[in-house]
Design a protein around this ligand. Structure first.
Ligand code: BYC
Length: 332
């Protein structure tokens, strides 16, 4: 199974883990969180908090390296030298984000090797959206603008959360993502205001990516498994529905402004409630994709598996000891 694991873990597993905690320590921990203090790696924390953070940060890290693949494939085909340079820098940033996030997850006791193993064997999940193909340059532009925009909505909120290392990683990531957003917006504007062929290409990309984009924020709050405990412990500072609403509020007008349409005839802002109304996303498709049955899951993991195998000698060489018990020094 690829990008697998169980679909929605029953929250009873969460309750089981909480049952054995020392009530006094748990109350002190929750009081610290309520006061807005950051929890650091050596502080006491409930087993469930640790488990949830590892799950979420690890999935986030995997999403960054897998997410660099659909855009990475366009580096050599990007139109013009400037676009190639910018896209190459962006993709490199995304891989750097994975490094920061794996580092944050490691502070909770799971090794990077184990995380990579769980990714390439399909045990861990990563974002649904990177399991779709980038057929044209416009698909890559959609990711750079709107997927990054969605990521920023989520990350800006969670950077104010409770776990110090994750928040600090998110702060750095958001700073870089804001450049990606500008780059992506520029690419989309160029196509959307270009020749009829360019406009058509951009519109087709919006049509292809809209449904995965709605899924990107996670299942609706009514059916989300982890939101309740994660918001209580200030790991998630906005729910899935809140992030989706914020994204719609900020970006639908910008998409319309460019003369593009959105493939959802029910999409409109309810002026009374201030909420966006839209067609309920197809959660069955979402479940299939996050459990390994999307259009590109197998291909994405095969690429990572090959990279892991081909890079093994480098890791072995770096870890090898020379005479006198010194590690091999990097040559540059
Ligand atoms: N995709 O209880 P829920 C980027 C799973 S990279 C796949 O609501 P939670 C970029 C969820 O894991 C940035 N799976 O979960 C990179 C759970 O399954 P398990 C990506 C999803 O954790 C390169 C189940 O569904 N951003 O932007 O409370 C180039 C139930 O869901 C998804 C992040 O990773 C999904 N979309 O909330 C360009 C943000 N949604 O684990 C761009 C960090 C849900 O029980 N993550 N599931 O088997 C989060 O903020 C939260 O984990 C989520 C989900 C909001 C995504």
């Amino acid at each position: 199974m690829y990008g697998g694991g169980q679909v929605f873990e029953p929250s009873s597993t969460n309750n089981e883990l909480l049952k054995d905690e020392d009530p006094k320590k748990l109350a002190e921990f929750e009081a610290r969180i309520a006061r807005g203090e950051k929890i650091e790696p050596k502080d006491w924390m409930p087993k469930l908090y640790r488990k949830q953070l590892i799950r979420m940060i690890e999935q986030h890290a995997h999403s960054e390296i897998i997410g660099s693949l659909p855009e990475g494939t366009w580096i050599t085909r990007a139109p013009g030298f400037k676009r190639k340079l910018a896209l190459m820098a962006k993709v490199q940033d995304e891989v750097g984000h994975a490094q920061l996030l794996y580092g944050a997850a490691e502070t909770l006791g799971k090794s990077r090797e184990q995380m990579i193993e769980d990714l390439i064997t399909g045990k861990s999940k990563y974002s649904n959206i990177f399991n779709y193909p980038t057929f044209t340059w416009a698909d890559s532009c959609f990711i750079s603008w709107l997927v990054d925009a969605g990521a920023i909505v989520n990350q800006l909120a969670n950077a104010r959360g409770s776990y110090g290392p994750y928040c600090r990683a998110l702060d750095r990531i958001c700073a870089e993502e804001s450049f990606h957003l500008k780059y992506g917006h520029h690419c989309v504007i160029h196509l959307a205001t270009g020749t009829p062929k360019q406009r058509q290409m951009m519109q087709e990309a919006v049509n292809r990516w809209w449904a995965p984009m709605m899924h990107f924020f996670g299942p609706s709050d009514k059916i989300s498994t982890h939101t309740e405990i994660l918001t209580k412990w200030k790991v998630k500072m906005a729910t899935n529905d809140e992030c989706r609403q914020q994204f719609l509020d900020m970006y639908v007008p910008k998409i319309w402004e460019l003369g593009l349409t959105i493939p959802d005839e029910n999409l409109k802002k309810n002026e009374e409630t201030g909420e966006w109304e839209f067609t309920e996303p197809d959660w069955e498709e979402f479940k299939r994709v996050i459990n390994g049955d999307g259009p590109c899951n197998k291909e994405r993991l095969a690429v990572r598996r090959t990279a892991e195998e081909r890079g093994a000698w480098v890791r072995r060489a770096l870890a090898a000891k020379t005479k006198g018990d010194k590690y091999v020094a990097p040559m540059a």
